[in-house]
Design a protein around this ligand. Structure first.
Ligand code: ADP
Ligand SMILES: O=C(COP(=O)(O)O)[C@@H](O)CO
Length: 578
């Protein structure tokens, strides 16, 4: 149970504020997250990490000398937005380029990837690395699909120590890739976590049972078995991790490994030590030398009762990077020469207070779009809990929260744009940026793409036609597939967006007025959303729990169908001009 919170929607922001207040000599807050409070040598590569909140000390607690240069901090269990990542990277970098490192979750991949492109385009060389240590989340032949869990620490630390030693960006990236390729984690759980403001955990494990192969977002485990003794738990963890050796490690005997026994939230230190006692014996029996082992909470999932074991098979190059000193709020090792504190630059980014010129026709269309965004936001508000419940069946239960933050941010930005006299395109672009930025997560990035594509098709000059609206939706559909890589049948919002777009294009081409065409397309969308209940997910958070999601529709597909149905009554009749 997460007992102490104010407004659950403000939890992540308030936690970050308190964290920064508690650690002024190590971190300072910047838009989008935190950076080191200390000065970094000019030209040093900046290692910027990040992810959702709810995992402390990942990610903000790992910022400090010898460890990350900055962390982009997202909402609870949702990746930070590309804009946040970019802002933190700009604040952290000192001329050597940036390595963006994160757990390999869909939202993180989209947002950090977009941020890298934006940074590179503005002249800051940027590389990305998604950590993939969690053995339970995909088979070895699909290791690139695995999630990042406690192995994040080893990879971040190796990269940061290499950066601190003056290595250039390509070398820092190579070292991070090497550390990732040689790191494996496996975990078990006895109970799930409860999100702030929620009254029940995201998953429960039956009394006397243990979930095997857990995630760090309250996802259920991949299997179940009776609760073991501490020694039996250690035996399961060690045998599983030793059971899949990375390329280049022929046998455990004679190897040296960084070892982390990680508590997920409510397995306490003395329990962990009881387990580690046996882990240490088993590793020694197998001939593995544990180097600077860590036993404690390094990546958590609120109050989840779980424990995971991580091994990074060290090389001569990786070992000194693992043992190098570090001084972060939640991770201190050896002795670091304290660098000078940075005097913060008070000039913050100013809000945009002008818009490009627009015609009266487009401003009128913009007012209709604003009304549609209002309906969208209200629809999401009404259905937020339901969306969270659907997402919790096989995902992380945050779809309602994310959609609420995104749609509210989009509506507020649209209100500001309308007040400034924006045309339809500009208003939708401001709304798109605000949605992606406020929501983060996978759906935040994709809804940003949708609003932006529709805006581009509407323009800032003419009164939009039915064909332009349909073309905007078609562009949105293509954009979502391009960014997310999902196709029809993967059990995502694409299963609704594609048939909705086809139906809208076909009906408008057949000469139907937009109101009628939209209505027909919204019917297709509802049917397609329902049909996702029969699909097995192949993308996103739900993929590792494919069977559990059978019989339940995809959360993002369902929300999209609800939205297009609700929006129909508002803007369609006034946008069409034939
Ligand atoms: N690659 C993808 N392409 C398109 N849609 C996706 C993809 N991955 C996930 N989704 C959609 O995003 C929804 C989840 O959104 P949300 O819960 O807000 O994000 P997250 O999974 O990052 O927490 C899923 O239900 C699915 O519809
Ligand atoms: O949840 C996280 C990011 O992944 P999403 O795909 O946005 O849900 C985060 O907690 C781990 O970085």
């Amino acid at each position: 149970m997460t007992r102490l919170s104010n407004d659950p929607a403000a939890f992540a922001d308030e936690a970050l504020e308190g964290f920064v207040a508690a650690h002024p000599r190590r971190v300072r807050q910047v838009p989008g997250g935190v950076v080191r409070a200390t000065r970094t040598a000019p030209g040093q590569v900046a290692v910027v990490v990040g992810g959702g909140s709810g995992h402390y000390p990942a990610f903000s607690g790992l910022v400090g000398q010898g460890l990350a240069h900055g962390a982009a901090v997202g909402n609870v269990f949702a990746s930070p937005s590309a804009h946040q990542v970019r802002q933190v990277a700009r604040a952290a970098e000192t001329g050597g380029g940036v390595l963006l490192a994160y757990g390999n979750y869909a939202g993180d991949v989209l947002h950090f990837g977009q941020a890298a492109e934006l940074l590179t385009a503005e002249g800051i060389p940027a590389r990305t690395l998604g950590v993939t240590d969690d053995m339970s989340s995909a088979s070895p032949d699909e290791a690139h699909k695995r999630r990042g869990v406690a192995g994040d620490l080893v990879v971040f630390k190796a990269a940061a120590a290499a950066a601190e030693a003056g290595q250039p960006l390509d070398q820092v990236t190579r070292i991070a890739e090497l550390a990732n390729a040689r790191t494996r984690s496996f975990g078990v759980a006895f109970s799930g976590c409860t999100l702030p403001g929620a009254d029940h955990p995201l998953f429960t494990v039956p009394e006397g049972r243990m979930a095997v192969g857990l995630g760090i977002h309250g996802e259920p485990g991949m299997g179940e078995r009776p609760v073991p003794t501490a020694d039996e738990a250690a035996e399961l963890l060690v045998s599983t991790v030793l059971g899949e050796l990375p390329e280049g490690v022929e046998a455990p005997r004679g190897q040296r490994a960084a070892v982390i026994l990680n508590g997920l939230g409510s397995v306490k230190y003395e329990e962990l030590f009881v387990v580690y006692r046996r882990v240490a014996q088993l590793l020694a029996d197998a001939g593995v030398e544990a180097v600077d082992p860590e036993v404690g909470e390094l990546v958590t999932s609120f109050d989840m009762a779980g424990v995971s074991l991580t091994l990074c098979w060290l090389t001569d190059e990786l070992e000194p990077l693992w043992t190098a000193p570090a001084d972060a709020p939640a991770y201190r090792k050896g002795t670091v020469d304290p660098a000078d504190l940075v005097v913060p630059d008070p000039s913050a980014e100013t809000a945009e207070d002008t818009v490009p010129p627009a015609t009266d026709e487009s401003r009128e269309a913009a007012r209709t779009v604003l009304a549609a965004l209002r309906v969208l936001k209200d629809t999401v508000d009404v259905h937020a809990d339901e969306l969270g419940r659907i997402d919790a069946v096989a995902g992380d239960g945050d779809h309602g929260i994310g959609m609420r933050r995104g749609s509210t941010g989009a509506y507020e930005a649209a209100v500001r744009a309308e007040t400034l006299g924006a045309g339809a395109e500009t208003l939708l672009q401001r709304a798109a940026d605000a949605w992606a930025d406020r929501a983060g997560g996978t759906s935040g990035a994709l809804w940003g793409v949708i609003l932006r594509a529709v805006g581009t098709a509407l323009g800032d000059t003419a009164r939009p036609t039915a064909a332009e609206v349909a073309s905007g939706v078609a562009q949105a559909s293509a954009g979502v597939r391009e960014l997310g890589g999902a196709e029809v049948g993967d059990k995502t919002m694409v299963d609704v967006l594609v048939p909705f777009s086809y139906a809208l294009t076909a009906a408008t081409r057949a000469g139907q007025p937009l109101a009628t065409a939209w209505d027909t397309a919204a019917h297709s969308a509802s049917a397609a959303a329902e049909a996702t209940a029969d699909l097995l997910p192949r993308m996103g958070r739900a993929r590792p729990h494919a069977e559990k999601s059978l019989g339940t529709p995809d959360a993002g597909a369902h929300s999209l169908a609800l939205i297009v149905r609700a929006v129909h009554g508002v803007f369609v009749p006034t946008l069409e001009n034939h």
